[in-house]
Design a protein around this ligand. Structure first.
Ligand code: ZN
Length: 482
């Protein structure tokens, strides 16, 4: 109990210091940063719409990454492409010396979510992916903020380095985990990120830790009717495994989430299947909880193999640590968000949102663009994981959510994709870019703010050695067998 109290007191002191040192003298530079976002607004929105149209899946974001990297290069950034063994990852830098501030951009889409930018569900390209998480807005807004800082640096008004990270494959694999492993973030002073949302708020809650793995069973084939006694069914083993996993569901903490999909479950009924493969995700509030779940899952797989005289193999593919929240940083972000105020949605945009809400059976409350008041962090995060979590253990991370979709409407679904391709998403994009750029001005202008953020980070990571969940070796690229 004692260390916790000591830590809380320390964090509160750090927050108080950060707040008292925030804005003030930098107001004019912030206005210039905001003006820069507005100056580049039409190009950035066009870029976002282009990425929305490409709608490329994890690690296949070739055109999306190229569009963003080319734009950054044309704006004077030095761009390094294909970093960390990921062809669609890149780093765009400008300036020199400290502080070095990073900002994360994503641009991958989700399978099967192709949707027209309209308030009724209608597929744009049958079977194609869609931006159901709004990552077309995410990457472009972050780049826009980085560009605003670059403009101020070029005018001699800010000193230091700005680095935009093009981070692919957030929705699967976790590109940032490989970029962390490569050490690409380790010299940063502070890093920022944002995510499209149905609310506008500073992120003070963590995200779930996650481990992602394959479970494979190997048995023996035989004629399913002629000589079944010669067969040992891998599918039977898989069924017993999922039964075991679903039994375990009752005996885990309420914070746990477990889900799977069957990758391979036999070919034809008259052949005893010799091979079965399951893709499984386990989540909990903390990485330690996830490790325990994985150990229990190993036993379930062994048990299923024993019962069916087959062999089980578990291969961890990836995973994420929970996000380490930095309250000193969150306060600086909050001050800038509060100063900018709500996202200015029009009555037409509110009506568009209500049509979506009616269509998806949620209350037609429209868009909630107002700034959510500062709230204390919750003890456990809501459901969901992100590879931003991994970055947050190697550099202090500041996170923001900005409204780009109707309140309470389904996420990772057509409404998010629809709004990400029209003015609602664009408004959120521009708003996020302004808040992030203004916050970065504080980081460049006020070393004490950066010190407070770093002191909290040091305190919270004391004695904890970050180790990624991903296995040794190169990232799993599309088309490669794994
Ligand atoms: Zn997302």
């Amino acid at each position: 109990m004692k260390p916790f109290l000591a830590r809380t007191a320390f964090v509160l002191a750090a927050v108080a210091m950060a707040v008292s040192l925030a804005p003030g003298a930098s107001v004019k530079k912030k206005e210039e940063a905001v003006a820069s976002v507005e100056r580049h607004q039409s190009e950035i929105i066009a870029l976002s719409d282009q990425v929305w149209g490409f709608a490329e899946l994890a690690l296949q974001e070739v055109r999306s990454a190229k569009a963003l990297a080319d734009y950054a290069e044309a704006q004077g950034f030095e761009v390094e492409r294909g970093v960390a063994g990921l062809p669609t990852a890149f780093v765009a830098s400008y300036g020199q010396g400290r502080p070095i501030v990073g900002i994360l951009g994503e641009y991958d889409a989700l399978p099967g979510l192709s949707q027209k930018a309209q308030s009724a569900k209608e597929v744009l390209v049958p079977g194609a992916p869609g931006h159901g998480c709004g990552h077309n807005l995410l990457g472009t807004a972050a780049l826009s903020a980085a560009l605003a800082i670059k403009d101020l640096m070029a005018a001699g008004k800010l000193k230091g380095t700005i680095r935009f990270y093009g981070t692919p494959a957030e929705e699967a694999v976790g590109g940032k985990v490989y970029m962390v492993r490569e050490g690409l973030f380790k010299d940063l002073d502070v890093c920022l990120s944002w995510h499209p949302s149905d609310k506008t708020k500073v992120a003070v809650d963590s995200s779930q830790a996650l481990v992602e793995f394959f479970v494979e069973f190997s048995g023996k084939t035989a004629h399913a009717a002629g000589d079944p006694w010669n067969g040992r069914s891998a599918v039977a083993a898989m069924e017993l495994f999922t039964a075991g996993l679903n039994r375990m569901r009752e005996f885990v903490k309420p914070t746990v989430r477990m889900h799977y999909s069957i990758v391979k479950g036999g070919d034809v009924p008259n052949v005893v299947p010799a091979y079965a493969k399951l893709w499984c995700w386990l989540r909990d509030s903390k990485g330690a909880g996830v490790e325990q779940l994985l150990a229990r899952t190993h036993k379930i797989a062994e048990g299923a193999a024993l019962m069916t005289e087959t062999e089980a193999k578990i291969t961890v593919q990836s995973g994420n640590w929970e996000t380490l929240v930095n309250l000193a940083g969150a306060k600086v972000l909050f001050a800038n968000l509060d100063r900018l105020g709500p996202v200015p949605f029009t009555p037409e945009e509110q009506e568009f949102a209500k049509e979506i809400q009616r269509a998806t059976g949620v209350e037609p409350k429209g868009l909630d663009g107002k700034v959510q008041p500062w709230a204390a962090p919750k003890p456990d995060p809501e459901g969901g994981s992100t590879d931003v979590g991994d970055v947050s253990w190697v550099v202090p991370m500041l996170g923001l959510g900005v409204t780009t979709a109707p309140l309470d409407a389904p996420w990772h679904a057509w409404p998010t994709a629809a709004c990400a391709g029209m003015s609602i998403g664009h408004k959120g994009l521009v708003h996020a870019a302004k808040v992030l750029a203004a916050t970065m001005v504080d980081l460049y202008e006020d070393p004490k703010t950066v010190q407070a953020i770093q002191a909290e980070f040091k305190e919270k990571t004391k004695g904890i050695a970050y180790k990624p969940f991903v296995p040794e070796g190169p990232p799993p690229l599309p088309g490669e067998k794994r």
